[in-house]
Design a protein around this ligand. Structure first.
Ligand SMILES: [Zn+2]
Length: 203
């Protein structure tokens, strides 16, 4: 049985990921929250702009790298918790038949969380992962607020792609692999491309 994405999405939605009285969702060994995408986008893109305003355009790649790394850290912890959960072991693990399925299982969960419509494109186990997305909230939010971009803006999805490689092929266990891989967004809808494309390779 290959990964049945609609079953995974149904399963994740069946978990009723709802916040407690403080709004935090305590699941998978991490603290999650269900937030407004405009809020996250403002925080992220205005952070980048503030760094450029205060330090100059030379610092733009550093600001972007920091945002990607923060997402990668989050992905390592969140998806390690998800992969270790009884729900994942019961629902997704039995569908995994090969190396690609390991990634596709994580992508199905990523899609269930509603961040974008992410598609698997290519895997060279241990070396390289390519994912593509459409409808990501970062590219949509960026275009709505600032118009066309001259660079990829989907920092969260880039960090998550690198995080998947950390978790699957890093030398240690779970989040201790953070940063083994890096990711570049080589195409982005915010730049006018037909999709966003993420390529993760060893750092
Ligand atoms: Zn993008």
């Amino acid at each position: 049985m290959a990964i049945d994405q609609s079953k995974v999405i149904q399963g994740v939605h069946g978990l009723k990921l709802e916040g407690d009285s403080s709004g935090l969702i305590r699941r998978f060994g991490v603290l999650l929250n269900n937030n407004n995408v405009d809020y996250y986008n403002d925080f992220s893109f205005e952070f980048e702009r503030a760094i450029i305003d205060s330090h100059g355009a030379d610092f733009a790649p550093i600001a972007r790298e920091l945002l990607i790394y923060a997402a990668q850290d989050c992905a390592n912890n969140t998806f390690f918790g998800i992969m270790s959960s009884d729900e994942y072991k019961g629902l997704v693990t039995p569908m995994i038949e090969n190396e690609e399925d390991k990634v596709k299982g994580l992508v199905a969960v990523e899609n269930a969380l509603g961040w974008a419509r992410v598609e698997f494109a290519e895997l060279k186990p241990g070396e390289k992962l390519v994912l593509r997305s459409r409808g990501g909230y970062e590219e949509e939010g960026y275009r709505k607020r600032y118009g066309k971009s001259d660079h990829g803006v989907c920092y969260m999805l880039a960090g998550v792609t690198a995080g998947f490689m950390d978790l699957l092929y890093g030398p240690g266990i779970g989040p201790e692999n953070l940063g083994t891989y890096k990711c570049e967004e080589v195409k982005c809808i915010a730049k006018g491309d037909d999709c966003c494309e993420f390529v993760a390779t060893k750092r």
